[in-house]
Write a protein that binds this ligand. Sequence first.
Ligand code: ATP
Length: 308
Amino acid sequence: MSVVSPSVTVRAPAKVNLHLGVGPRRPDGYHDLVTVFQALSLHDDITVRAAPELTVRTRGEGAAFVADDQTNLAYRAAVALAAWANHGSGLDIDIDKAIPVAGGMAGGSADAAGTLVAVAELWKLDIDRAALSALAADLGSDVPFILYGGTALGTGRGEQLVPVLSRGEFHWVLALADGGLSTPKVFAELDRLRDGRPEAGPGEPARPDDLLAALASGDPHAVAPLLYNDLQPAALGLKPALRRTLRAGTEAGALGGIVSGSGPTCAFLCADQDSAVAVAAELAGAGVARGVRVAGGPVPGAKVVDHG
Ligand code: ATP
C-alpha cells in the first residue's frame, strides 16, 4: 500500500504596478522606487508535500521557460525557510502557472511567496509576518507584496510596504506578449536612455497622491489617466510592437493602458466587467497579443486554499 504524504496548496496572485516611479541608479546598482502595486485574480497555485529530496516541477503557462532546478525562486524560498527553521528541506514543490513568465507580473515572486506560505503551513512553523516578510525581501523586491496582496504603496526597492485604501473592484484586461523581457535589461535600458539625456535626469520619485486619492474614490475613470510607469519607454524601446498593443487597447474601449512593471504584458483598466470582456475579445481578434486575460483586483496575497 502506498501512502501519499499530506500536501498544502497556496494560491499566489500576480501584480500590476499602477504607478512605478524610478529614481536614479544608486551606487549599489539598484534604483529607489515609489510604486503602487495591485494584486490581481491571475494566480499560480503552489502545492508542497514532504519528500526525500527538494525538487520543483513547473507546469502550465510558460513552464517551458522556467528551470526546475536550484535557480527556481520556489526552490530558493524553500531553502531559505528550511535554514530559518533549522528543518530538513526535503519537499516536492508543484507549481501550476497562470502568470506569464518574465511578463512584468511577478510570476517568479508569486511562486516564492506561495512556497514560503505553503511550507510554513506544512511544517506548522511559528513564524510571524515580519520574519516571513524579511525572508521574502531577500528573495526578491516584489515577493513581500505578493505575501501582502491588496493594493499597497511600495518604497525602497519596492519591499517596504504600506496598505493603500482602494474602494471597490477594478477590472483589468491583460495582453500577454510573445517572449518575455528581462527586468535587469529593462532597468539598464532606462539608465541608457537617461544617460543620453542628463538634463532630464530623474529626481527622487514622489508619492503619487492624486492616484492614491483616485483609488480611495473607487472610480476607474479617475484612476485610468493617472496610470504611470517610468519603465515604459525602456520596455517600448526593447519591444516596439507594444506601442500597437497599447493603442489597440484604448481604441477597443479601455479607459487607460500601461506596460505592467518591466513588461512586456500590457494592462488595461476598464470601466466595468462587461467592458473588460468586450475589450478582451477585441484585443484577441486584433492580433496584437499572444493571449488575453480578464482579471480583477485587488485580491488577497498568497493564501492556503487546500490541504490534501
Ligand atoms: P517581475 O515583475 O517581478 O520583475 P517578471 O514577472 O517579469 O518579474 P518572472 O516571471 O518572475 O518575471 O521571471 C523572471 C525570471 O525568473 C525568469 O526568466 C525565470 O528564468 C526566473 N525564474 C525563476 N523561478 C521562476 C519561477 N518559479 N517562475 C517564473 N520564473 C522564474
